[in-house]
Design a protein. Structure first.
Length: 502
């Protein structure tokens, strides 16, 4: 065998599936990369884990793998959903295509063989990827399942976090419910990777909340759309989730769908043609701006968030086309459902002079941030600093809802409302939608993946400096026995001189 041939990858087995081939390539990339560091975090008496990740979706899995790559291995991930249903992609997400660019980085941490593109092109070819407008939701869900298996991250499903209790020794006692049984576990670090609703609750207009529950649902809930066949459905809201719900209802045979928007127009994204290269970033999302956003002055971050208040969520054109393709889909602009009345199993809404009778109402009205609404935070919420505790907006820039966002630190950790009163908060990292004001990004979605290294660094930094004495002793410890001089003794001068002269 030639010298060059020894470095060539082995020939492919034509009977091997394309994903098996990719799996071999990934494993080879792991072998060719530097070995993962061993765990360097010393065991802490009384601690079951060094970190617990609440959330087993795309973000939670990526966090566990990322910590392992840093040498932090005593980590546990939990999720209240059954296996296969963590996150939104197989449950409440209803879009046909992701709303973001196919070129965005995912959870691959710089290894292209772990990327969606590698997974997709291996099965369908480069031309198929080039032809994509955006990634299909079902493909993304399948990719994430493959990614989790490939990086070997385990998630304990069917486990709900009930309470967080701060202990005097600095640990966090987690009150958990798993398969109907209550128990506690302790951890040094806690990450709340709990998605869009993890920092608050569904934003439900009072008029809808007052209806009997069998007559309405929020888009974040599981909805059996087959039951809407032949029904007249009203959807309140005009963002992406509202249009996606409309599309699914129509595809399942709804008699009519009426979408009510309080705005005078539908805010939608311009569509790029299939195969188009990524377009230019908006000014606020330039790589430099987004990388350092969390270090911007509070006033700049506040004003950026305020800009989004009036813009509304942008809906992809394909989601709009999906619904408007049906002649029994109707958009009502400049409407507000202030009052809804029920008559038996009907919901009546008055729009101007025209009444509508609905069989079911869907609230596509997003989420609201309010840590006080999260039952698992009830024991600690009064200690957490909010933006209203740290920043007073200029006249004309008041935004009470934004004042309820947590004021986070460098590594997404909670900060103290009263300095020195709750140091344990530095060990709780809020990596969900509630971090949007502090970070400038809607964490938990695909575009926020580049923020993971900052979270991982914050966790690592906190663990390291909490054990500073241990690490200082280890770093400054004297080495073992000196090197054996016999290895080089024959060349030491003047012995070598005398030997040479002889």
């Amino acid at each position: 065998m030639s010298r060059a041939a020894r470095f060539l990858p082995p020939e492919r087995d034509t009977k091997m599936s394309t994903l098996q081939q990719l799996q071999e390539d990934v494993e080879r990339s792991f072998r060719w990369s530097a070995p993962l560091p061993p765990n360097w975090v010393p065991e802490t008496p009384g601690a079951d884990h060094d970190a617990v990740i609440v959330g087993g979706g795309q973000t939670g899995v990526a966090i566990v793998y990322g910590l392992r790559r840093l040498g932090i291995t005593r980590v546990k991930a939990i999720d209240q959903a059954p296996e296969g249903e963590a996150g939104i992609w197989t449950t409440t997400a209803r879009m046909n295509l992701l709303r973001t660019s196919k070129f965005l980085p995912g959870p691959e941490y710089g290894n292209p063989l772990l990327s969606f593109r590698a997974w997709f092109e291996t099965q369908h070819g480069a031309a198929a990827f080039d032809a994509l407008t955006r990634i299909a939701r079902t493909d993304w869900a399948a990719y994430l399942a493959w990614y989790q298996r490939t990086v070997g991250v385990q998630v304990q499903h069917g486990t709900r976090l009930l309470d967080i209790e701060a202990l005097e020794n600095g640990l966090l006692r987690l009150h958990l419910e798993a398969d109907g049984r209550l128990h506690t576990e302790t951890t040094r670090k806690l990450v709340l990777a709990t998605g869009f609703g993890g920092g608050g609750e569904d934003n439900i207009p009072a008029a809808i909340r007052a209806l009997p529950k069998p007559l309405w649902a929020h888009t974040s809930e599981h909805i059996d759309f087959t039951l809407l066949k032949g029904k007249t459905v009203g959807i309140v809201g005009a963002g992406p989730s509202a249009f996606d719900a409309a599309g699914v209802a129509l595809e399942n045979g709804a008699r009519a769908v009426h979408l009510f928007s309080r705005r005078g127009e539908i805010h939608h994204q311009p569509e790029s043609p299939p195969g188009a290269a990524p377009g230019p970033f908006p000014p606020a999302r330039q790589p430099g701006a987004m990388e350092h956003f969390h270090r911007l002055p509070d006033g700049v971050r506040w004003r950026y968030h305020l800009l989004g208040k009036g813009a509304g969520a942008s809906t992809p054109i394909d989601s709009i086309d999906r619904a408007t393709a049906f002649e029994n889909f109707h958009i009502h602009l400049n409407t507000t459902a202030r009052t809804l009345e029920t008559d038996g199993d009907k919901v009546h809404i008055q729009i101007g002079d025209e009444p509508f009778a609905l069989d079911f109402v869907i609230a596509g009205t997003g989420f609201r941030i309010d840590l006080a609404s999260r039952p698992e935070l009830s024991l600690i919420v009064d200690d957490i600093a909010l933006w209203k505790d740290r920043y007073t907006p200029r006249p004309g820039e008041e935004y009470p809802e934004a004042g309820l966002y947590p004021y986070l630190g460098e590594g997404f950790e909670f900060t103290e409302k009263i300095p020195g009163q709750a140091p344990y908060l530095a060990n709780i990292h809020c990596y969900n939608w509630a971090a949007a004001l502090s970070s400038g990004k809607n964490l938990s979605d695909v575009p926020s993946m580049p923020e993971l290294p900052r979270l991982l660094s914050g966790i690592s930094r906190g663990l390291f400096f909490a054990d500073l004495d241990h690490h200082a002793d280890r770093i400054t410890a004297k080495g073992g026995a000196g090197a054996d001089p016999s290895v080089y003794a024959k060349a030491v001068w003047p012995l070598r001189r005398n030997t040479t002269a002889a």
